[in-house]
Design a protein around this ligand. Structure first.
Ligand code: AMP
Length: 204
């Protein structure tokens, strides 16, 4: 498969917690995302679960008349965490297939607070951008500064010349869901830039 290049945003993939989290603003943000996508006629693509923040987003998009596409593994479906009321559900065999299908269905990615699954999906989509596998907007909704520690870690990687500033800039950050959707819709592909530093090995 060749690289998938940026195209007008019609389907948005959400990465977020399979738990609801301790702060009301997280669930409110997930619901707001579902609502805004539906109001703008944008489809929601997500992990297909009926749990956590992802369930809040899916239900609110459906309630607002939006299209919601789930991509779930047979195993997760069998564990009865699959959402039964989606517009469409793709059932795949492995977590790798699942992520690849979510990625190819979506024109943009938005992350809300979450745990390992959310960080994994977010970082993999950025890695694919970095490698030129696809070129699509990736935006964080940094609700209540949830991602501040993660962003500080990325800055440390840039400072230590393990992440180029151009690659670091692939991640857009907004303070809330409305800002994240605006950033996603305003996004333009960046000019080509070197992906690696190619520094000499530092000496002690
Ligand atoms: P986490 O951030 O660790 O809570 O994991 C959430 C992310 O991983 C979501 O974006 C999903 O794609 C995936 N995921 C984790 N648990 C589930 C589940 N029970 N059902 C569907 N997807 C899940």
């Amino acid at each position: 498969m060749g690289a998938q290049h940026a195209r007008p945003v019609a389907r948005v993939c959400l990465f977020c917690g399979a738990n609801v989290g301790a702060r009301a603003s997280y669930a409110q943000s997930a619901r707001r995302l579902g609502e805004v996508l539906a109001a703008r006629g944008l489809a929601l693509v997500y992990g297909g679960g009926s749990v956590g923040l992802m369930n809040e987003a899916a239900n609110s998009a459906l309630a607002a008349g939006g299209e919601v596409i789930g991509v779930i593994t047979r195993e997760l479906m069998a564990r009865e965490v699959g959402h039964a009321g989606l517009t469409r559900m793709h059932v795949v065999e492995t977590m790798h297939e699942r992520k690849a299908l979510m990625a190819s269905l979506a024109d943009a990615f938005v992350a809300l607070p979450g745990g390992f699954g959310t960080f994994d999906e977010l970082c993999e989509m950025l890695t694919w951008d970095q490698l030129g596998i696809h070129e699509k907007p990736v935006v964080l909704a940094n609700v209540e500064g949830f991602f501040d520690g993660f962003l500080a870690q990325l800055d440390r990687a840039v400072e230590d010349r393990l992440l180029t500033p151009a690659n670091r800039a692939m991640l857009d950050v907004a303070a809330n869901v409305d800002g994240a959707i605006d950033a996603m819709l305003r996004w333009r592909a960046p000019p080509p830039a070197p992906k690696w530093f190619r520094d000499p090995v530092p000496q002690p």
